[in-house]
Design a protein around this ligand. Structure first.
Ligand code: 13P
Length: 251
């Protein structure tokens, strides 16, 4: 069986401040990634930089989006539809920073379904705010998974990517421990199996995000047993991002 590539997604969030800087970072990332063969790299800049970066792209990096709306077009000021994005591309949905601004599980589920209908790969973000000793976070996660998938049909699962990003581990000095990442990614797959009762859920990639760096990337993949990474800060620094990718590439 063909080994799936490790998926590394860079989420630039609302950075950098100028188009020129965005091009410089992207140029740097492309230089760092040109010899990589076992890693699939997706970079998600702010919408306004997408077309400039697309012009510079030679296909070594896939450009993705950080959000989209569920309607195709119409009176939705400020929104962008799935149809406006590149087909077969990736889109981050339900990031905790958007959920923090009021995005609900129901809104996220509509976005996931619209993205797949428009031939995109949604990267559905999930994650608890805190880890309590009594395991309440597991109930929270279970509900978040069920409600964020909503009525997503089984036939859509082949396009789905899940990113587990515990909020408490984002923007920190250290990531979550690989053993805990492993346990939680198994829990996510268990809940998916309960919902869909299908073996195919095993092939849904689960990524980990939250303070991933060149130093911890390899052990998160090997010991955490996840199929990829969602990277914030380090994806804006080409040299560090390059080191991270090389660490993952030689697994
Ligand atoms: P950091 O890698 O900066 O912790 O950000 C994680 C994140 O939120 C990626 O979506």
């Amino acid at each position: 069986m063909k080994k799936e590539k490790i998926l590394v997604v860079g989420n630039w969030k609302m950075n950098p401040e100028t188009a020129n800087k965005a091009k410089e970072i992207f140029r740097g990332i492309k230089a760092e990634t040109k010899d990589l063969k076992n890693t699939k790299i997706v970079v998600c800049p702010p919408f306004v930089y997408l077309s400039d970066l697309e012009k510079m792209n030679d296909g070594s990096v896939i450009l993705g989006a950080q959000d989209m709306f569920w309607e195709k077009s119409g009176p939705f000021t400020g929104e962008i539809s799935a149809q406006m994005l590149e087909k077969e591309g990736y889109v981050i949905l339900g990031h905790s920073e958007r959920r923090g601004l009021g995005e609900t599980d129901e809104m996220v589920s509509k976005k996931v379904i619209s993205a797949i209908k428009a031939h995109l790969h949604p990267i559905l973000c999930l994650g608890e705010k805190i880890r309590d000793e009594h395991g309440e976070y597991l109930h929270f996660l279970r509900n978040q998974i069920i409600n964020s998938l909503g009525k997503l049909p089984k036939t859509y699962l082949s396009k789905l990517v899940i990113a587990y990003e515990p909020i408490w581990a984002i923007g920190q000095a250290e990531a979550m421990k690989p053993a805990d990442i492993h346990e939680t990614s198994l829990f996510i797959k268990k809940v998916l199996a309960e919902i869909y009762k299908q073996k195919t859920i095993l092939s849904i990639p689960v990524l980990y995000g939250g303070s991933v760096s060149a130093d911890n990337a390899k052990e998160i993949i090997t010991l955490g047993e996840v199929q990829g990474l969602l990277v914030g800060r380090e994806s804006l620094a080409p040299k560090k991002f390059g080191e991270l990718l090389k660490a993952v590439e030689i697994l």
